[in-house]
Design a protein around this ligand. Sequence first.
Ligand SMILES: Cc1ncc(COP(=O)(O)O)c(C=O)c1O
Length: 359
Amino acid sequence: MTRVKKLRYRSKLGDMPSYDVVEREWKVKVNANECGMNLPPMVEDRVMGRLSRVAFNRYPNEDLEQLMESIADNYGLQKENVLIGNGSSEIIEKLFFAFGGRNLTVVYPQPSFSMYHIYAKAAEARSVVVDLNKEDYRLNVREFIQKVNDSKASLAVVCNPNNPTGNALPLEDIENIAQHTSCALLIDEAYVEFYGQSAASLLKKYPKLLVARTFSKAYGLAAIRCGYLLGDAEVIAMVAKTFMPYHMDVLTLVTADTVFQMRDEYVPRIQQMIAERNRMSELYASLPGFKVYPSQTNFILVKYEKAVPLNEELVNMSIGVRSFGSAPGLENCLRISMGTRQENDQVFDAIKSFVEANQ
Ligand SMILES: Cc1ncc(COP(=O)(O)O)c(C=O)c1O
């Protein structure tokens, strides 16, 4: 520490919060909303075949174009409407940078994806949060619109369905926000495959609308870091300026493109994850003292008075769920991602035993 004390870092970097996830070798890992299954065998064969033919000596260009075209085709858009990033994380971070800076304001609901706060700080933008209803985490759309307009925001963000609360806004509400605000509006759709209603259908009508998607969740590709942004070509071109040249690596591009081309293979899995979410929601709701929030995602948020000691017990058993400590609006809440059926049962049995022993 003392050896590097005199280095002059960017101002306020020391005050920046870090992404506070506790990671270790969990026996059951249901803390990051990942997919519990690796590649389907047919997809894996195709990915490995393509990877074996990669030109490692070349900067990745064609593979990027190919993925952009495949994605654009799927939405009836042009490749100029698509921006690929290292996970939707990179895309969201760059968007905050593009619409941030001193004197600019970003508005988003709270609780929502914790990184918005960090990206706003990194972009030196002011954050204005709109608190979700305490009882059911519903967003008051009128209040959101008013805060966006009153604060003269440059960017408004809605995570839909919302992480970590799991609930979703209908498209009419998204359209209402788009209609009654004038700034850039990002809809973060990291979990939309488990919900089914994407704001991508509104893109042609609202050029200020941007939709971020990821391969990390429903497509089980968290390891390759790939996401994309859909939007108006002019806006995409501006945001693209914030990326370094050749920012995507070829291994990611080839894998994501193969999975995207074979996305029909994923339909049964997504249905299975939704069925698990519904099954587990019912089971958790049957536990005394448990409040289960309705979810349109691959995770469930539960509230339980003894969530903190319960989480400690789960950690001791090497079961990793996401505990929110005293994060605003999430006191005594745990977020449990859906794993395989067997993993879900294991987590439930552990929680049930704790609840029964602590009544
Ligand atoms: C709401 C939301 N947006 C974006 C991300 C980032 O995902 P990735 O960078 O893996 O695409 C996550 C990850 O958990 C998320 O929950």
